[in-house]
Design a protein around this ligand. Structure first.
Ligand SMILES: Nc1ncnc2c1ncn2[C@@H]1O[C@H](COP(=O)(O)OP(=O)(O)OP(=O)(O)O)[C@@H](O)[C@H]1O
Ligand SMILES: [Mg+2]
Length: 260
């Protein structure tokens, strides 16, 4: 079990997250949901061991991940929010590099890569440099790279951004299936429907703090609201859409000398 205990991260004088605590059990897809700037990626970066918290701890089966970081990273797969890919490499070259670093030996690695490329629909583009890939194709590469070594813990930060409906449908089912094998999955997103479809439990963040934490069904029942959308709006909305819209339009028109 992954235990996130009282995580707090200060960026200088600015609080990124404060007192964030939750658990992820094997077989579970834990959704991290929240508006822009609410602390999802900060939480994710700490629980992938990329960044140390100011205070608090992340423990895997009771052991602080920072005390055995290399071993922890070996069983971790991570899809980052920003696509960091070596653009001059082709897809298979990139996956061979990642697989090699992960200790997967060839020819098993080559066979694995072929399967991924075929199933993700990028096999025909295998001789092209990643710089020529579309946004969705790059996102598929990131997902393949994250799970190539069959990790026990999978952390996905906005993993479906740029994916078309059919690719997203397959990958949603893929994430659920990986969890049902007993893996621990953390899934960060601000797309409500996706979280509702993929996650078993959800942590709702607002301004760096936990605003709600329960199963999707319980959150709905507890707040007597029909959808996660309504729950999210109730827990996180600071001002209504209408007043934000007018504020934005005012900003567009402000200072305009010419009217047509
Ligand atoms: N490197 C940084 N330096 C300073 N402040 C940061 C840094 N990274 C994040 N923050 C701040 O921490 C807060 C949480 O940001 P974070 O990126 O975790 O949010 P998020 O929920 O992932 O947002 P989004 O949905 O836009 O990806 C924000 O106020 C942000 O400005
Ligand atoms: Mg983010």
């Amino acid at each position: 079990m992954l235990t996130i205990e009282h995580l707090t991260k200060w960026y200088g004088a600015l609080p990124g997250i404060q007192e964030v605590s939750f658990e992820v059990r094997p077989g579970e897809v834990l959704g991290l949901l929240g508006p822009n700037g609410s602390g999802k990626s900060t939480t994710v970066k700490i629980l992938t061991g990329l960044m140390r918290p100011t205070s608090g701890a992340v423990r895997l089966d009771g052991r602080d991940i920072f005390d055995a970081l290399q071993a922890y990273k070996a069983i971790l797969g991570y899809v980052p929010e920003e696509p960091h890919l070596y653009s001059h490499l082709t897809g298979p070259e990139y996956l061979r590099l990642v697989g090699g670093l992960r200790g997967i030996s060839r020819p098993a690695l080559d066979e694995k890569i072929d399967r991924f490329l075929q199933r993700l629909g990028i096999y025909d583009d295998r001789y092209q440099a990643i710089s020529a890939y579309s946004k969705g194709m790059k996102q598929k590469m990131l997902i393949a790279a994250a799970v190539l070594h069959n990790p026990h813990i999978i952390v996905l930060d906005e993993p479906f951004s740029g994916l078309d409906v059919s690719a997203a449908r397959v990958l949603k089912a893929f994430v659920r299936a990986l969890a049902s094998e007993g893996k621990l999955v953390v899934f960060s997103s601000h797309v409500l429907e996706v979280v509702e479809q993929v996650c078993t439990r959800v942590v709702i963040l607002k301004s760096g703090r936990i605003a709600g934490h329960d199963s999707v069904a319980n959150l709905r029942t507890m707040l007597q609201l029909p959808s996660l959308d309504a729950v999210f709006a109730a827990l996180t909305a600071e001002e209504d859409v209408e007043s934000r819209l007018h504020g934005l339009l005012d900003a567009v028109h402000a200072g305009s000398a010419v009217s047509i």
